[in-house]
Ligand binder design. Structure first.
Ligand SMILES: Cc1cc2nc3c(=O)[nH]c(=O)nc-3n(C[C@H](O)[C@H](O)[C@H](O)COP(=O)(O)O)c2cc1C
Ligand code: SF4
Length: 834
């Protein structure tokens, strides 16, 4: 009986326990749930890469690179630092006005030496899970019964709408560009005389190297509601890494991006692709003839929801390209006429009209394409044969197959996918600039020596000038680098931007990740130094070369890692810098502020530059045309890193002014950036105009090159703005000859009231070799050196602001029509490259 009584009281007791302990119980349950979730996520993490054990610079035993640590830097390099040490170093620094930098896992370079990615992988996956939760992929479609198919309506009202044809092309050595121009001209003539003239707008030509992919290939461009777009795409094929590979990658990324509809270009009226290839080298399609055109066509089919208006055309540039192109053009014109008459893309599979061709696509893309009724009914058929129905699509398909009513449509939620795309094997790395590539030919023609397959060296015009006693570049005036002792090189000809002022985009390799065959730092060091000396020797016979300068030039003292491309993209940049420093060659390194992880892990150089090509997000996008979608976050993070590293090396902002792009109304914006990063120096120079057709296509003409006086005026305004904010910058020096002016932090680079911007190079090397002790202290202990430890002589009088910056000991030579008589001492507005 007592037992029954106590049983009766149980609910009350439980309730009382609950009231007393509910908080700890809830917390315990949450902790267990979280633990289970994390374990699941971990177990789903991809297999971890095992790489050689690496030593962290702050820990003297190799075992420090233990599980869970990401090593920055590269293989077995004493300068590598683990994530924890970087973090600890940052915290230590914060006392000195430094800032906390958040390093995102996705910014880690893929080829950085990584011992174990577990901690990062978990964070990455957690973020991905978070993102998916926030924005589930939910693509809705409407199935149309197969039997009920009518001509495919592309949403064109022929009485009201206009067709805007856009002709895209890509060309490395000019063939496709030539054909694209001719195509445009003939197409234009046809459209004027065509019966559908009133519906057709003038076609526009776009070079794929210059456009923002996001403006055209995420959704059709925004225009008036009655303007509908039709894409014509002409491309060559290259079995090497080119801009075309980046374009294809972009199409694939867009299609697979879970935030974007799988067919975001379905608003187009239609598209068609034509490919140029070479049957002599690639005789058949199996052997790669026009393979990239084929890929573009496939991706466009997916992105447009199969709006192929006319089949892929291909032409052999050595035999039938013109004939094939003409035939294909007739087909495209006919398709346009059909659209203009309001007949859409004809009957059959949307756009293609060729069932066999669509089957072929389905083979490749079965799991990805959900927009076609056909696709899904075929899939359903197969699964019915296999005796199972396992997703909503199948249900939709089954209802469709039994219903003959043309009005019966079922909204289908494609959120649940049963099948996953087959994982593709990672492509084998290619050479960045193979000898056979047009890039190699073009660079060599321009005087570059290509070293290995991704590095380059070039003699700059100032080196020649200095050898002849006609003056050095601004680096001599500002910092004491004589141009004939300086080598200009890059270990990466590729870059993640497509700056409007950069050399030839069509042939310039670009990419967001390092995916090329990698040369060793020794190969690069030997190659660039030998290449440099070889070119110097060739100048032996040039009239005016001074014997003593020629002899001096046979020992490189400085290396400017700039030229084209992005030096810190090279995964072994730290080893290369070490080799240079070992030879007591000083290093000036210019980076484009797009690779925060590499910048963070870079060893101290003599002078570290960040290119500041704009002062705000919109302007930076317009001028640098970065490939990274999070370019602004990367950029600002790099500024924070620069701020934190200013106590260990000389840091510089390099502003390249382009009139009409980044000058007007941007002074305050630039001042904000200076305030953020507090660089030691701000170099402001006018853009160099290279005058190629490529720069014209990028929208750059001589009108965009500022006059020296305009640059000077800009610098005065910037200086005033900085001073008004209480920032200690003043205009220190100028080199009017190269249209360049320098501002400097006067609390650090002014001694006894005099500018001291020059460098004591010998002292820098002694510091790096440990021959002398630096003065950078943490907790009362010396931990390295400061930029102030290797300040050289005072800036010479002739280099100071207002004095022009030309060493009076050199002979000034004016070009025809220039000079004091011609221009009454107006500085020459001829710009240099660097
Ligand atoms: C390095 C290199 C690789 C090439 N690879 C292929 C290829 O894989 N398949 C093909 O059909 N043509 C290939 N070609 C031929 C080009 O596609 C052809 O020459 C085309 O006309 C080049 O166009 P462009 O001058 O507009 O750049 C290659 C050419 C070069 C120089
Ligand atoms: S960052 Fe430098 S190399 Fe890259 S595109 Fe711009 S100018 Fe060219």
């Amino acid at each position: 009986m007592a037992f029954i009584d106590s049983l009766g009281a149980l609910p009350e007791q439980l309730l009382s326990i609950w009231h007393t302990y509910r908080l700890p119980l809830v917390l315990l349950t949450l902790a267990i749930a979280l633990h289970i979730c994390l374990r699941r996520i971990r177990s789903r993490s991809p297999p971890l890469k095992t790489l050689p054990e690496v030593k962290c610079v702050n820990h003297d035993h190799p075992g420090h690179a233990k599980e869970g640590y990401t090593m920055y830097g590269s293989v077995a390099e004493e300068f590598s630092m683990c994530f924890d040490c970087l973090y600890a170093a940052q915290i230590e620094k914060l006392g000195g006005g430094d800032v906390m930098v958040e390093m995102k896992p996705e910014w880690l370079p893929e080829n950085t030496t990584v011992t174990n990615l577990e901690s990062v992988a978990v964070v990455k996956e957690e973020r991905a899970v978070e993102k998916v939760k926030k924005a589930p992929r939910r693509v809705k479609g409407t199935k149309v019964s197969r039997r009920a198919r009518k001509p495919v309506d592309v949403g064109f009202d022929h009485a009201r709408d206009k067709i805007q044809p856009l002709v895209f092309f890509q060309s490395l050595s000019g063939t496709t560009e030539r054909y694209a121009m001719e195509f445009l001209a003939i197409f234009n003539d046809w459209s004027q005389g065509s019966e559908c003239t009133k519906s057709l707008l003038d076609p526009q030509l776009h070079d794929l190297s210059y456009i923002e992919y996001d403006d055209y290939f995420i959704s059709p461009p925004k225009a008036s509601p009655n303007t509908k777009y039709f894409y014509v795409i002409l491309v060559p094929t290259y079995n090497i890494d080119t801009v075309l590979s980046t374009f294809l990658e972009n199409l694939s990324e867009t299609h697979n991006d879970f935030r974007i509809d799988t067919a975001p270009l379905s608003g187009l009226l239609g598209y068609s692709v034509f490919g140029f290839g070479d049957k002599e080298g690639w005789p058949t399609e199996e052997e790669g003839f026009c393979s990239q055109a084929k890929e573009v066509d496939r991706w466009m089919a997916r992105l447009t929801g199969r709006k192929r208006a006319f089949p892929l055309g291909v032409g052999d540039v050595k035999s039938n390209a013109q004939q094939r192109l003409d035939e294909w053009r007739f087909g495209v014109q006919e398709a346009l006429e059909e659209i203009a008459r309001g007949r859409g893309l004809g009957e059959g599979v949307p756009g293609s009209g060729d069932p066999a061709e669509s089957d072929e696509e389905e083979e490749v893309d079965e799991s990805e394409d959900s927009s076609s009724g056909d696709q899904s009914s075929k899939r359903t058929e197969r699964k019915k044969k296999a005796g199972r129905v396992d997703d909503l699509e199948d249900l939709g398909g089954m209802v469709n197959s039994t219903n003959t009513s043309t009005d019966f449509v079922i909204p289908i939620d494609f959120t649940t996918y049963s099948s996953k795309p087959k994982p593709k094997p990672a492509p084998a790395p290619k050479e960045m600039v193979p000898v056979s590539s047009p890039t190699h030919t073009a660079l060599t023609k321009q005087g570059y020596t290509i070293v290995g397959s991704h590095s380059g060296v070039k003699i700059c015009r100032w080196t020649k000038s200095a050898l002849r006693g006609r003056g050095s570049c601004y680096k001599y005036s500002f910092y004491g680098i004589a141009s004939h002792l300086c080598m200009e090189a890059t270990p990466s000809l590729s870059c993640s931007n497509k700056c409007v002022f950069c050399w030839r985009h069509g042939t310039n390799p670009v990419g967001t990740t390092w995916r090329w065959i990698t040369d060793s730092p020794e190969t690069i060091f030997n190659g660039i130094t030998q290449g440099h000396y070889k070119k110097i020797k060739m100048l032996k016979g040039v009239p005016g070369v001074r014997a003593e300068r020629f002899a001096e030039a046979m020992r490189i003292r400085h290396c400017a890692l700039s030229l084209v491309g992005e030096p810190i993209f090279y995964p072994h940049i730290n080893e290369l810098l070490t080799l240079l420093h070992k030879e007591r060659i000083s290093t000036f390194l210019v980076c484009n502020a797009q690779h925060p992880a590499q910048l963070q892990s870079l060893i101290p150089v003599t002078q570290l530059y960040v290119s500041i090509d704009a002062s705000n997000k919109a302007s930076l996008k317009a001028i640098d045309r970065p490939l990274h979608r999070d370019f602004w976050e990367r950029f600002t993070t790099c500024l924070d890193i620069l701020r934190n590293r200013r106590s260990e090396q000389r840091t510089v902002f390099r502003l390249t002014l382009v009139k009409g792009f980044n000058m007007a109304d941007e002074v305050r914006g630039y001042a904000d950036l200076v305030e953020r990063a507090l660089p030691g120096f701000v170099e402001v120079k006018g853009v160099t105009y290279c005058g190629t057709s490529d720069s014209k296509s990028a929208g750059l003409t001589m009108q965009n090159v500022p006059f020296y006086e305009e640059v000077a005026e800009f610098v005065r305004a910037l200086s005033d703005e900085l001073v008004s904010r209480g920032l200690p910058y003043g205009i220190a020096a100028e080199h009017a000859h190269s249209c360049c002016v320098m501002l400097a932090d006067e609390t650090r680079f002014k001694r006894d009231g005099k500018w001291a911007t020059r460098i004591d190079f010998e002292k820098f090397h002694d510091l790096t070799e440990g021959k002398v002790e630096g003065t950078r202290m943490v907790d009362g202990k010396v931990v390295g050196w400061r930029p102030e430890d290797y300040i050289g002589n005072d800036t010479p009088e002739w280099a100071l602001w207002g004095n022009g910056g030309f060493d009076p000991r050199d002979q000034r030579v004016y070009r025809k029509g220039k000079g004091p008589k011609a221009e009454e001492e107006k500085p020459e507005v001829r710009l240099v490259e660097i």
